[in-house]
Ligand binder design. Structure first.
Ligand SMILES: CC(C)=CCC/C(C)=C/COP(=O)(O)OP(=O)(O)O
Ligand SMILES: C=C(C)CCOP(=O)(O)OP(=O)(O)O
Length: 296
């Protein structure tokens, strides 16, 4: 299968994820604050590659897990991810006016509503997870891996380090820590939560953790590179922002050429991690290549 086919497959998965998101977000009726629901839906349905839910689904499928549950778990993670984008764009954080090809949430609804829309998306994600049709021990495990990845030792912690590193010289090790936290941690949650929709054994979990570590890093290095070389219309967000904000990034620390090499190195490691799954990991391997050469 080549790159064209993986794109077709991703389109199919994206539309399945979007259907579940639509069903989950059918919450206008009896809404306490209709304006809040509007703000939540605005960012959630502004596009987005849905990579995290797709990962959840692919892992669950590979391990013969419960597909319907994986779709709901993935959708919950997309709510968490969307909250993080809304907050990331706030004036007190990266102060970005565009996201997913549209004005950022706070530009349309104001800062207070944007903060609250993010809060509500995060909270709602866990409400959806509490209603999963899986055995209670699996539901708890899924909640554990998602809350861990999203929280103080994961995405939120990484975001704090990212903000603290502005205008500073930091080492490659420190940068790796930032990227693994702010981006890698939720990738890991998506992958492990997909595994817990099945019955993974220790070897499989260890392999998937390694895959997640390297895939998350690859993704964020490519994101750093695209902020230098990417096209705003295709990306749906402004480029050159990292430089304006004096952000610690791979191209800034290593130069563009070496940053590309680092992305390739991590991508190779991600592919290697899938060894124990053999042919069954075909799509997860294709996804690595897609992320490595992505333009949006
Ligand atoms: C708790 C919060 C708010 C976490 C934010 C995590 C996040 C969106 C990282 C993206 O990094 P980025 O700023 O490099 O991405 P982009 O280029 O898309 O703005
Ligand atoms: C972690 C980062 C770099 C934020 C953007 O993530 P995506 O590139 O997955 O954003 P969407 O497709 O969901 O908009």
């Amino acid at each position: 299968m080549n790159q064209v086919n993986i794109k077709e497959i991703l389109t199919q998965y994206t539309s399945e994820v979007n259907s579940v998101l639509k069903e989950i977000m059918n919450i206008e009726k009896n809404a306490l604050a209709p304006g809040l629901v509007k703000a939540m839906k605005y960012s959630l349905f502004s596009g987005g590659k849905r990579l995290r839910p797709i990962l959840t689904l692919m892992v669950a499928e590979m391990l013969d897990g419960d597909r319907d549950s994986a779709l709901r778990v993935g959708a919950s993670i997309e709510l968490v991810h969307t909250y993080s984008l809304i907050h990331d764009d706030l004036p007190s954080m990266d102060d970005d006016d565009f996201r997913r090809g549209k004005p950022s949430n706070h530009k349309v609804f104001g800062t207070a509503t944007a903060i609250l829309a993010g809060d509500a998306l995060l909270t709602f994600a866990f409400n959806i997870l509490s209603k999963l049709n899986l055995p209670p021990d699996k539901v708890l495990k899924i909640i554990e891996v998602i809350s861990q990845g999203a929280g103080h030792n994961g995405m939120v912690g990484g975001q704090v380090l990212d903000l603290e590193a502005e205008d500073k010289e930091i080492s490659l090790e420190e940068l790796k820590k930032i990227h693994s936290g702010k981006t890698g941690a939720l990738f890991k949650s998506s992958i492990l939560a997909g595994a817990y929709c099945a019955n993974p054994d220790r070897t499989e979990l260890t392999a998937l953790e390694r895959y997640a570590r390297y895939l998350g890093l690859t993704f964020q290095i490519v994101d750093d590179i695209l902020d230098v070389t990417g096209n705003e219309e295709v990306l749906g967000k402004r480029v050159g922002r990292d430089d304006e904000l004096n952000k610690a990034t791979y191209p800034r620390l290593l130069g563009l050429k070496q940053a590309v090499k680092e992305a390739e190195f991590n991508a190779e490691k991600a592919r290697d991690s899938l060894g124990p799954f053999g042919e069954r990991a075909f799509l997860l391997k294709q996804l690595v290549d897609y992320i490595l050469v992505r333009q949006s």
